[in-house]
Structure formats: C-alpha cells, structure tokens
Design a protein around this ligand. Structure first.
Ligand SMILES: *Cc1c(COP(=O)(O)O)cnc(C)c1O
Length: 370
C-alpha cells in the first residue's frame, strides 16, 4: 500500500540517537537547546520567541492560557480544522464559533472571520491548509482593528512563507508539529512561537510544573539547589534530547524534502489539469511559498475514487472532517463551502518517500478511474 503520510528517517537520525544514549542524558538538555536555536535561525526569529513543546496540540492548549482566554469568551475557528484546536477552546471554557473557508484552497479568509465576530470574540485560530499560507494581510488587519488575538496553527506549513516571512510568526502565537506524520519528524514534538517574549516564559513554566527557576544541574545560581518556587500549577509538556537529536538531523534534510514535495505537486497538477471531472488545487500567488503537506483534488466522484484507489493499493484521505459535524462539537451551521469540501475533496499521497514509479502509478490510476 502506498501511504498517505510517511516519515523519512535514516542512519543520520539513528546515529544521533546513539550519541544521546552514550551521553547518558536522555531528558531535555543540550540537544533540545541546539534544535531550538537551529529552528529559530531557519524561521528567522530570535531564540527567545520560540520554545519546544511536547506536541502542537499541547501548544494550542497553552495558547488559550497564555492569551488569557476562558469562560465567556468566543474563539473563531474554521470548521475545516484539526480536532486538537477545538478541544483547546472547549477545555478552557471558551466557546468555539465556526467559520467557513474558501472552496478551493480550504483556507479561511478575513470575510469569513468577519461574519462571526461578536462582542465576545477574543481570538481566531487559523490554519494554513496543506501548507499554503492564508491571505494574511486581510486577517491581520481585521484582528488589529477588532482587538482579536491571532493564533496560527502552523502544523501543515512548517517552513511556508508569506511575503518573505515565515508563517507561524505573524500572529500572537504560532504552533508547529513534529509528530510522525509531518514533514519534520521527531516521533512526537512541537514548537510554540510567541510575539511577546514574556509569553515564551509563560510557556516554559506551563511546560515544566510552573517552576520559576531551573532545577538540578542547570541551576547554577542558588546555593541550595533543591529549593524551588512555582507561581502556577504548571504541567509537564517538554521534549527530550532523543527527540531533538532526530529533529536536528531532520532540519538538515527538510529543504530537500520540500523540494521533492513541490516536484510531486507540480507533476500532479500538470498531469491532472485536463481531466474534466476533477479539480486540482489553485495556483498559489507569487507572494507565497508552501511546505506541501497535502495535495487535494476535488470531484463529485470522491467516495468512489477513494475506494478505487484503495483497492489499487493507494491510500488516500480527507483532511479535515468538519468539526461542526463531530457529535461532541455538533452545531447547526450554514457553511456552504465547508459542506462542498467535505463531500468532494480527497487528499492523495505527496510525501518525499514516494518514488518516481509510485508517482507515475498514482497518476495512471487516477486517469484510469473513469
Ligand atoms: C498534526 C496536526 C496537529 C497536531 O499536532 P500534534 O503535534 O500531533 O499535536 C495540529 N494541527 C494540525 C493542522 C495538524 O495537522
């Protein structure tokens, strides 16, 4: 079966992990710091604007705390979004308010957010679908005008750019994922960016029991290093040197991964452009670059096509099943594009693990379908 997502890990990662074993320090240490510096450089931000975290989901939960969102507040979220994002809103006692997205890009836009703003709106959690940046200009302007916090779920778009700046660094908070299905893989792991450096301090404390100072070895200040203080009931959502060892190696390879993904994207788009029963994703505007997380096609034969491809050993999926259709979060909504998308969209494999033979096979099977 050709997978829809797949990690690309090799001897470099394995060797790096072996070194961690030899170092006798498995926890959060020097390698996590090195990974953090390296990714900050890659994203063109100062190190003290970012911090690693156990998952993107943990980052989304933290973003609510850091921005002071809670009961009585509303947070706007496109219904086409990851389940962890809405869970974060509900868990802090705020109310999710669903908005629509564009029919072809699956990204939300300022007009859809605007419709849903009330006196209670505190934040919006956007998603750069499949790696393609949203039209951020309009969204940022609206958020400024209405004093709404902007949270970017950057899990699909780790190195995407908009007008030359990395996505995830435009809003008040941005969150990345390095779970085993993403472009950069460390098993589990994530990153949080905060516009306000003080919020990174909050994140560090939230992720480590609420401690005010470093503990154990790392504490070089206090005479009695077993003493400590906290100023909040923090939890523990850090990553380890084992994960960072993998991440450091993955960062060296990521540009190559993304180039390969772009090649596959462009090949699909040119091969599929004359198929009358199928729509390819729209061409991106020149001020954007993508991390090519997903390739989505749209057709009224979506369900049959998915079944046909699966029978031919090609696994496909649809991301993201509308949140307002999930029983626990169910809500009666009029989201026309979301409904169209949910019934007509299919994501096909685009990862760097695909061989040329796989790509040709996928193209052939899609063309043969009708
Ligand atoms: C993968 C993903 C997440 C969750 O990331 P974890 O690190 O697994 O918590 C969140 N949002 C989007 C859009 C994702 O694709």
């Amino acid at each position: 079966m050709i997978n829809i997502y797949q990690p690309s890990l090799g001897k470099e990662e394995l060797n790096a992990i072996e070194q961690v074993f030899k170092s006798n320090w498995l926890g959060k240490g020097k390698l996590v710091e090195k990974f953090t510096k390296n990714i900050a450089d890659k994203l063109n931000v100062e190190r003290d604007h970012v911090e690693t975290i156990s998952s993107c989901t943990a980052g989304l939960f933290q973003s609510m705390k850091i921005l002071g969102i809670g009961p009585g507040d509303e947070v706007i979220i496109p219904s086409i979004h990851f389940i962890g994002a809405i869970n974060a809103i509900k868990a802090c006692g705020a109310k999710p308010v669903f908005c629509d997205v564009e029919k072809r890009t699956l990204n939300t836009a300022s007009a859809y957010i605007f419709e849903k703003i009330t006196q209670k709106t505190k934040a919006v959690i956007i998603l750069h679908y499949g790696g393609v940046p949203c039209d951020l200009d309009g969204i940022i302007r609206l958020c400024k005008q209405r004093d709404i916090k902007l949270i970017e779920d950057n899990a699909n778009s780790p190195l995407s750019t908009y007008q030359g700046q990395n996505t995830g660094t435009f809003g008040d908070v941005g969150v990345w994922s390095f779970d085993s299905m993403k472009q950069i893989v460390m098993g589990e792991g994530g990153l949080i960016y905060c516009k306000d450096k003080k919020h990174i301090k909050d994140s560090q404390q939230e992720s480590y029991y609420g401690l005010l100072s470093k503990s154990g070895f790392s504490n070089t200040i206090d005479n009695k290093w077993w003493e400590f203080d906290v100023d909040r009931p923090g939890t523990k959502t850090i990553i380890t040197d084992v994960q960072a060892a993998m991440g450091i190696e993955q960062l060296k390879k990521i540009d190559k991964f993304i180039r390969r993904r772009r090649y596959i994207h462009d090949t699909y788009s040119s091969e599929f452009k004359n198929i009358e029963w199928l729509k390819t994703p729209p061409t991106m505007s020149k001020d954007k670059t993508s991390s090519y997380y997903m390739y989505h096609i749209q057709t009224k034969y979506r369900d049959e096509l998915a079944k046909y491809l699966r029978e031919n050993e090609i696994y496909t999926t649809f991301r993201y099943y509308p949140l307002h259709w999930v029983d626990f979060h169910k809500s009666k909504e009029n989201l026309d594009n979301t409904e169209y998308i949910a019934n007509n969209t299919l994501c096909i494999p685009i990862h760097q693990g695909l061989t040329d033979r796989d790509i040709n096979y996928i193209i052939k099977k899609v063309k043969d379908f009708k």
